[in-house]
Design a protein around this ligand. Structure first.
Ligand SMILES: *[C@@H]1O[C@H](CO)[C@@H](O)[C@H](O)[C@H]1NC(C)=O
Ligand SMILES: *[C@@H]1O[C@H](CO)[C@@H](O)[C@H](O)[C@H]1NC(C)=O
Ligand SMILES: *[C@@H]1O[C@H](CO)[C@@H](O)[C@H](O)[C@H]1NC(C)=O
Ligand SMILES: *[C@@H]1O[C@H](CO)[C@@H](O)[C@H](O)[C@H]1NC(C)=O
Ligand SMILES: *[C@@H]1O[C@H](CO)[C@@H](O)[C@H](O)[C@H]1NC(C)=O
Ligand SMILES: *[C@@H]1O[C@H](CO)[C@@H](O)[C@H](O)[C@H]1NC(C)=O
Length: 266
């Protein structure tokens, strides 16, 4: 312990409150509660849902005497995971989510892993390290991204609807060609948003429309041919009229022939 720098020792002692079965916790308890960290860097991370995320804890080398991850998620008490090199022990407090764990062996790499990332993992992840040459702290702000489900269809009234369902953050919808459009956003409560845009192209010869959905997880374009339905019914109408005329002509023809035959007899 004499080899520790004073600042490193202070952190060791203050975090000691969290680490059970420690040899000197009784002398320190209540004295050191706040950490003063000289080096601080914050990173914003955007991670797609259902993937695996690894948060590195700099300094990423094995000189750390004590590593502490503090995970602050919305509506949950902060969870703390710590690793002490002197006793080669890990400990945790208030950590109930099994998807968040050490990436591998904390004695080799103090990285944290989230696998798979869920929408509830939005929040702050702070890593604190006490090493012989100083203290290091790094805070990640994690933002989970959810790609929206995109559909383009005609509803029962014939209005064209483009929907980007349950995306996070909310998606943006663009139409080609531009029409008379109306967009609505519906938050779903779990942080995702459904965006829906309905369009009319009144009095214009529009046969093909495309809806482009712009989202951080990737853009998507869908096409819809508007005329197919009308064209089909028009063709059917023409067929119907033509066959009706033919039948009428045949009947008239028969009547005419019959009358000629009848007159000859007379
Ligand atoms: C460990 O990382 C810290 C911070 O990056 C650095 O100052 C220190 O020299 C590194 N130690 C070794 C043994 O690589
Ligand atoms: C654990 O959660 C409880 C509330 O559920 C809180 O009072 C306590 O301070 C938390 N412990 C730590 C170490 O964060
Ligand atoms: C620390 O403990 C783990 C098992 O808990 C063991 O595999 C590893 O070799 C130990 N590391 C050291 C440096 O003693
Ligand atoms: C969010 O909530 C909506 C509606 O309940 C659901 O359809 C969607 O799958 C949820 N998204 C995630 C990522 O949990
Ligand atoms: C409508 O768009 C699709 C997809 O780009 C294309 O294959 C089709 O030929 C277009 N139809 C018309 C009538 O422009
Ligand atoms: C998606 O579209 C937006 C604008 O429409 C553009 O700025 C962005 O670069 C596009 N992203 C991708 C991944 O293609």
């Amino acid at each position: 312990m004499h080899t520790l720098g004073t600042s490193a020792l202070r952190v060791l002692m203050s975090v000691n409150i969290l680490v059970s079965a420690s040899t000197f916790s009784s002398s320190v308890k209540g004295k050191e509660r706040s950490l003063t960290l000289p080096a601080e860097a914050n990173t914003s991370l955007s991670v797609p849902v259902d993937t695996k995320a690894v948060l590195l804890c700099p300094p990423d080398n094995s000189t750390a005497l004590l590593v502490t991850w503090t995970i602050s998620l919305r509506d949950q008490p902060p969870c703390t995971r710590a690793y002490r090199r002197d006793s080669n022990e890990t400990s945790e407090r208030n950590c109930t989510d099994e998807r968040i764990s050490w990436e591998s062996r904390p004695d080799q790499n103090p990285a944290l892993q989230i696998d798979p990332v869920a929408i509830t993992h939005d929040g702050y992840y702070r890593c604190e390290v006490a090493a012989p040459d100083g203290l290091f702290g790094h805070t990640y702000c994690l933002c989970v991204l959810v790609p929206p489900k995109v559909t383009l269809f005609r509803d029962s009234s014939g209005t064209v609807v483009c929907r980007a369902a349950a995306g996070k953050p909310s998606a943006q919808i663009f139409w080609t060609p531009r029409g008379d459009c109306h967009a609505e956003e519906e938050p779903l409560g779990n942080g995702t948003v459904t965006v829906q845009s309905t369009c009319h192209w009144e009095g214009r010869q529009v046969s093909n429309v495309s809806c482009s959905v712009s989202h951080v997880t990737g853009n998507k374009s869908l096409f819809l041919e508007l005329k197919t339905g009308d064209q089909l019914s028009l063709n059917l109408t023409i067929l119907y009229i033509t066959s009706s005329i033919l039948v009428a002509l045949v009947i008239v023809g028969f009547i005419w022939l019959w009358r000629i035959g009848c007159c000859r007899k007379c």
